[in-house]
Design a protein around this ligand. Structure first.
Ligand code: NDP
Length: 337
């Protein structure tokens, strides 16, 4: 089964392996595979699920809602997000204005078919809305019981500090940040993690397996496996391409003996690696089919010894991205149209 961790300084626990449905549900995989994978997650002890209004332009929330239909609400932790443009893409259908945040939560609750979400997250920082307006809107949504906790995604250390202070002033909890983090993408270690630790904010980390690359299934100079994300023309292939370089794929192959020595599969090693960081509350994994989750959940509770961690560092250090400045490039300077 899967272990639980507290989210930030709150009393709220999440399954340390959380299942997310970006680029898979209502896109790469059909609804029956999506629903079967959610049911497998539940069977394996994953109770925390992450989605966003923008995934498959709102359709991913509908699939997740259907898959969770009939489950006792109190036994689930459901997360969604707001920021990116959806729907009619009018001038107010984007960003973190009070208007878009309220439209966003109402749409998400309808599509997910729930009365509340456990965590409502700012999917990026909005440089066009005063942060006071954003935090006030989130606080009002919490007071209305439509969301229980507030989180953000890919905020910088300074933005986290400011958001956290405002949330505190408003009497609500900003408990989490959702950044990309894997043994290949370590940019949060420099400033985001130390700042978050000081504030009592957890990381819920996305793409812990670098979108499947750290499973070792993509071999340098070889055709990509049929049906994998790298073949998904709808959107997956475009997102994974940042890691599909021969030097990266060659370095990843060096993990094969390290995983074997640790008695783990490559996906388990990748997920266990992010969970060694105590500021990480959950590894937010994706899966295109149920069998992948059977493999991946075995990373829960694994302790990697110092020699294993050092061997991973040595294998990946020439290609791992560590520059904290990368976080500053993630939120768009102007809202996307
Ligand atoms: P991962 O790094 O876990 O990649 C998941 C993909 O890897 C799967 O869809 C599958 O792709 C492949 N895979 C999974 N398990 C295995 C296995 N055992 N063996 C071989 N291949 C495997 O995470 P994602 O990139 O999917 O991101 C996870 C979640 O993070 C998202 O669903 C979303 O909730 C969140 N996210 C948040 C973002 C943000 O801005 N806040 C941005 C992106 C993601 P396949 O079978 O197709 O090859």
């Amino acid at each position: 089964m899967v272990n639980y961790r507290y989210l930030g300084n709150s009393g709220f626990k999440v399954s340390e392996i959380t299942y997310g449905n970006w680029v898979t549900h209502a896109s790469q995989v059909d609804d029956s595979a999506a629903i079967a994978t959610v049911h497998k997650a539940l069977d394996l002890g994953i109770t925390t699920f992450d989605t966003a209004d923008t995934y498959a332009n709102t359709a991913a929330e509908v699939v997740l809602g259907k898959a969770l239909d009939g489950q006792p609400r109190e036994s689930l932790e459901i997360f969604t997000k707001v920021y990116w443009p959806i729907g009619r893409k009018g001038p107010n259908d984007v960003g973190l204005s009070r208007k878009h945040i309220f439209d966003g939560i109402h749409g998400s609750l309808k599509r997910l078919n729930v009365d509340y979400v456990d965590l409502y997250q700012a999917h990026r920082y909005d440089y066009e809305t005063p942060i006071e307006e954003t935090m006030q809107a989130f606080a009002d949504i919490v007071r209305q019981g439509k969301a229980l906790y507030i989180g953000v995604s890919e905020w910088t250390a300074e933005q986290l500090r400011e958001g956290h202070a405002l949330a505190k002033e408003l009497g609500v909890q900003l408990v989490s940040n959702q950044p990309q983090y894997s043994a290949l993408w370590r940019v949060i270690e420099g400033t985001v993690v130390p700042t978050s630790q000081a504030l009592g904010i957890s990381q819920i980390v996305w793409s812990p397996m670098a979108q499947g690359v750290l499973s070792g299934k993509y071999l340098p100079g070889q055709p990509v496996p049929a049906g994998s994300r790298a073949t998904d023309d709808k959107s997956g292939a475009n997102f994974i391409k940042r890691f599909m370089e021969d030097d990266v794929l060659t370095a990843v192959q060096k993990l094969t003996p390290i995983a074997a020595e640790a008695g783990l599969s490559m996906p388990q090693l990748a997920i266990a690696w992010v969970l060694q960081n105590p500021n990480v509350a959950a590894a937010l994994v994706g899966a295109s089919r149920p069998e992948q989750l059977e493999d991946n959940v075995k990373a829960s509770g694994v302790v990697l010894d110092a020699d294993t961690m050092a061997a991973i560092d040595a294998a990946l250090s020439p290609v791992a991205v560590t520059d904290p400045q990368e976080t500053y490039k993630v939120s768009p300077a102007a809202r996307p149209a």
